[in-house]
Structure formats: structure tokens, C-alpha cells
Design a protein around this ligand. Structure first.
Ligand code: GDP
Length: 461
């Protein structure tokens, strides 16, 4: 990875879009961008400072397509180098021609993760924050994004660096005690040491807990379709997910396996699960399928109880069994207009936010159902909580290792009398803890490790 090169990559997603973004980073970024972009006010990019946004046209072809550039001068940029972002039409042809022209002008295609690698090497972020960028790219819900942002913005780095400073301070005191073992000087008492190490332990445990919370809330919420056989659960599953996986037949009890597929909502995603219908099982296979369905329902974040509206209304409160459930009156297309109006009125009058009239056949009501699912899941703490950090396995291990060493030191301090005994062992534990934390936020990682981390990125990031 040669840092002297000026690199270029498309940073918008592949395919057609309204807008595309091409990013350049390196010493010649402004000069090379000037080759494809003409500012409306006639300014030349190499003469411009950073923090500017200019409108203009592309120099490629003769059409003079509109474009704009955002300019960042080093060191105040993502990579710490000069950066130009070209915002242009997202048509693959236009983006492709512009890229060719930039490559012809002397830029080199960026490798996967090279922008973030440059940011790291320029000291713009530590390795924990680099992982935060990777987690942001991979995030599939607002909750995951929040946890990744917290990692990127240094939640783990702050905890680890704070603990490292305190450990270094304590280490100097403990080593002082070792160096002057024969003198009657008290550097730190066992009580003081225990108390200060207790705070370190607490703050590291706080970061580890935030990671656990993120993990728990980071999984996709589970939305389970339940209801009597033949109510139309499999048909709704297919309609909502746009797949044709669930077999729908007029024979009751056809759904034997638990089927699941991701369902994209407006701001998030959930896992939609189609389980066997409830009711009397007529065979062993069916009984087992219903057991599996009951387990899914018990684990659900949201239950959707589906019933066949052409067979009359369900009894009770719309058949709803739990607070976190929605009721769907399906097969509305089978009702005569009078019956449908009556059903809608009933649905509107009962707790209107939890009853939806649909037809899996025509698609009626399915968009509303999607919104209701999102609203129904919206109250989960996941989307609002910011006490989460998207920790990776190595972060968890590093934190656990540090916590164990700190606890080891606390145990030795607790076993000491009035003055610290076994100071050499305490020093060893403190150093072990500091080293484990140093790896999490370190600036001096081995090259092959760095290579592996950045290979997880996509080009353009
Ligand atoms: P499940 O047992 O609850 O999964 O029900 P299925 O999805 O297998 O549907 C049972 C039968 O009802 C099938 O013949 C479907 O084609 C039919 N069906 C499902 N939804 C609708 C609907 O909205 N309108 C009509 N007219 N038929 C439906």
C-alpha cells in the first residue's frame, strides 16, 4: 500500500442511482479532479482551499453534465490527506467514464478499505475506531448503526485509554515500592490500590456490558405469524417477503417447517417467521410442527395473529393473546362490500393500531401491515439506547483479559496486610492488563494484522 499514490474509488453503491460519489485521496487529488470537473465560477481546484462545495459540470463527453465537488484539505479530512469528493449522476456509464478519466489522469484504483487504512496510518483514528467503520458498513438496523457509531466515536477507546492511564500511574507507584523496598516510604497502601483498581474494573466492565447489550439488541427482531390453519399465513409470508418459499394450499396443516426470511421495513429490518398453524394436530408430524411453532411464538418480539375474515370475526379482543401482538383479518377480497365495510369499521373501532385488514391475494392492506410491524417493534429498547458498543470478538477478549488481570491484582492487594506484599506480582498483573488494552486501541499493530482488518472492508471505504 503506497501512501504517496493518489487513490480513487466509487464510494456510492454499485448500480444505477440518482447520485453517484467518486472519492480521491492523496497529494494530487485536487489536480487530478480538475481534469474532469469545471467549476461554474471558473475557479481552478488546485487553487482552492478545503471546506468548500462547488457546483459545476463534468468535462467528460461534450454534454456538460452537472456535478459538484466537496473539497477537503489535509490534515482536516477523513484520511488526513487532500480529499476531493465528486458528486455526479449515478448512471453507471457516467460514473465509469469519469473513473476512466481520473485513472488516465494519474490516480490509482483504491484497494479495499484503503481510505480507512490511510486514516488509521495518519493517526486520524485508532484501531478500535477502524472496527467501528467496518461495523457501520455492516449495520442492518438503526440499533446496530448506533452501536457502531459509538465504537467509531471512541466509546471503547475512551474506556481503554482511561484505564491504561490509571494502570500506568498505579504501576509507577507499585514499582516505586519495589525499588525502595528497604526504605520506610509508603507509595500506595493496599486499600488505596484496591479502591483505584475497583474503579478501573468497573469502567472496563461497563464497556463489556455495552457490547453485550449491542449484541442482544443487534440481532434482527423476530416477527412470528400465528393463527388457525388456512388463515393465509404462508400467503402473507410470501406476499410480504416477496418470496415464494412457503407452500400455500387449501389443505389445512400444510406448513410443517418453520420458515423465516428477512423483511425490510422502512428504517429497519426484521425476521419474518411462518410457523405451523395452531389448532388440533391430526398427526405426529403436525404435533411436532406445532411444538416448533409454539417455541417460535414464545421467542417472538412481535406476534401476528392471522385469521380468515371470510369466516367471521374472531372472538374476544380480536383474538389477541399478548400485548405485543397484531391481529390481521385476512382474505378481505372474499367479503362482499357490505361485509368489508363492517369489518373495517370494527377494525377501526377496536384498538385500531393493532388490527389490520388484508388480502394476501390482492396485496390490500399489506403496506399498512408493514408499517404496523415497524411501529409494533419500535418500542424495543434497541433503537433508542445509546449505551451500546458494537464490540468485535477481539475487543471482548481483550476486555475480559484486562478485567481478569485487574481482579488478580485486587486479590493480591486484598491478601496484603497494612503494606503491599508481593508487589512484583501486582506489577505483573497491571502490565498484563495494560498490554491487553493497548492491543485494542494500539497504533503499532503488525502489518499482517492490519492487512487482515482492512481486507474486511469494501473498496471505496
Ligand atoms: P396457512 O395455512 O395459514 O399458511 O394458509 P395458506 O397461506 O396456505 O392459505 C390457505 C389457502 O387460502 C390457500 O388456498 C390460499 O391461496 C388461500 N388464501 C390465502 N390468503 C388469501 C387471501 O387473502 N384471499 C383469498 N381469496 N385466498 C387466500
Amino acid at each position: 500500500m503506497n501512501l504517496e499514490d493518489t487513490i480513487v474509488a466509487v464510494s456510492s453503491p454499485p448500480g444505477s442511482a440518482v447520485r453517484g460519489i467518486i472519492r480521491l485521496s492523496g497529494a494530487r487529488a485536487f489536480e487530478i479532479a480538475e481534469g474532469v470537473f469545471a467549476a461554474s465560477d471558473g475557479r481552478r481546484l488546485p487553487d482552492c482551499g478545503g471546506g468548500l462545495h462547488l457546483d459545476g459540470t463534468l468535462r467528460i463527453a461534450d454534454a456538460g453534465l452537472p456535478a459538484s465537488v466537496a473539497l477537503f484539505r489535509r490534515p482536516r479530512s477523513y484520511t488526513g490527506q487532500d480529499i476531493v469528493e465528486i458528486h455526479l449522476l449515478g448512471a453507471p456509464g457516467v460514473v465509469g467514464l469519469t473513473m476512466e478519466s481520473l485513472l488516465g489522469g494519474g490516480a490509482r484504483r483504491a484497494e479495499a478499505g484503503e481510505f480507512t487504512a490511510r486514516a488509521y496510518l495518519a493517526g486520524m483514528m485508532d484501531i478500535a475506531q477502524v472496527h467501528g467503520v467496518a461495523a457501520m458498513i455492516a449495520a442492518r438496523s438503526d440499533g446496530q448503526l448506533q452501536a457502531a457509531e459509538n465504537l467509531l466515536h471512541g466509546a471503547l477507546s475512551r474506556a481503554a485509554n482511561g484505564a491504561r492511564e490509571e494502570l500506568a500511574d498505579l504501576l509507577s507507584l507499585v514499582e516505586g515500592a519495589l525499588d525502595f523496598a528497604d526504605e520506610p516510604i509508603e507509595f500506595i497502601t493496599p486499600d488505596q490500590l484496591r479502591e483505584r483498581l475497583g474503579s478501573v474494573r468497573e469502567s472496563l466492565q461497563g464497556a463489556a456490558d455495552a457490547g453485550l447489550r449491542a449484541e442482544r439488541w443487534g440481532r434482527l427482531p423476530r416477527v412470528v405469524l400465528t393463527g388457525a390453519p388456512n388463515a393465509g399465513k404462508s400467503s402473507l409470508f410470501n406476499r410480504l417477503t416477496g418470496m415464494d418459499r412457503a407452500i400455500c394450499t387449501p389443505v389445512a396443516g400444510t406448513t410443517r417447517d418453520v420458515l423465516s426470511a428477512p423483511l425490510q421495513l422502512r428504517h429497519s429490518e426484521c425476521l419474518l417467521i411462518d410457523a405451523a398453524g395452531t389448532g388440533e394436530a391430526t398427526s405426529d408430524v403436525e404435533a411436532r410442527a406445532q411444538d416448533a411453532a409454539r417455541r417460535e411464538s414464545a421467542n417472538a418480539d412481535l406476534l401476528i395473529e392471522v385469521y380468515d375474515a371470510s369466516r367471521g370475526r374472531p372472538s374476544g379482543r380480536g383474538g389477541l393473546s399478548a400485548a405485543s401482538s397484531l391481529c390481521v383479518a385476512n382474505k378481505s377480497d372474499l367479503l362482499a362490500s357490505g361485509g368489508l365495510a363492517e369489518l373495517r369499521e370494527w377494525a377501526g373501532n377496536s384498538s385500531s393500531d393493532t388490527i389490520c385488514v388484508t388480502s394476501a391475494l390482492t396485496g390490500e392492506g399489506c403496506e399498512r401491515l408493514r408499517r404496523m410491524i415497524e411501529d409494533g417493534l419500535g418500542d424495543r429498547p434497541m433503537d433508542r439506547n445509546d449505551a451500546t458498543i458494537a464490540l468485535m470478538a477481539e475487543h471482548r477478549e481483550g476486555l475480559q483479559g484486562a478485567i481478569a488481570a485487574v481482579e488478580g491484582a485486587i486479590a493480591i492487594a486484598s491478601a496484603s496486610g497494612d503494606s503491599l506484599e508481593n508487589a512484583d506480582l501486582v506489577a505483573l498483573e497491571l502490565r498484563t492488563a495494560a498490554d491487553a488494552l493497548g492491543l485494542l486501541v494500539g497504533q503499532d499493530l503488525a502489518d499482517d494484522l492490519l492487512g487482515r482488518i482492512f481486507a474486511r472492508f469494501c473498496v471505496g471505504k
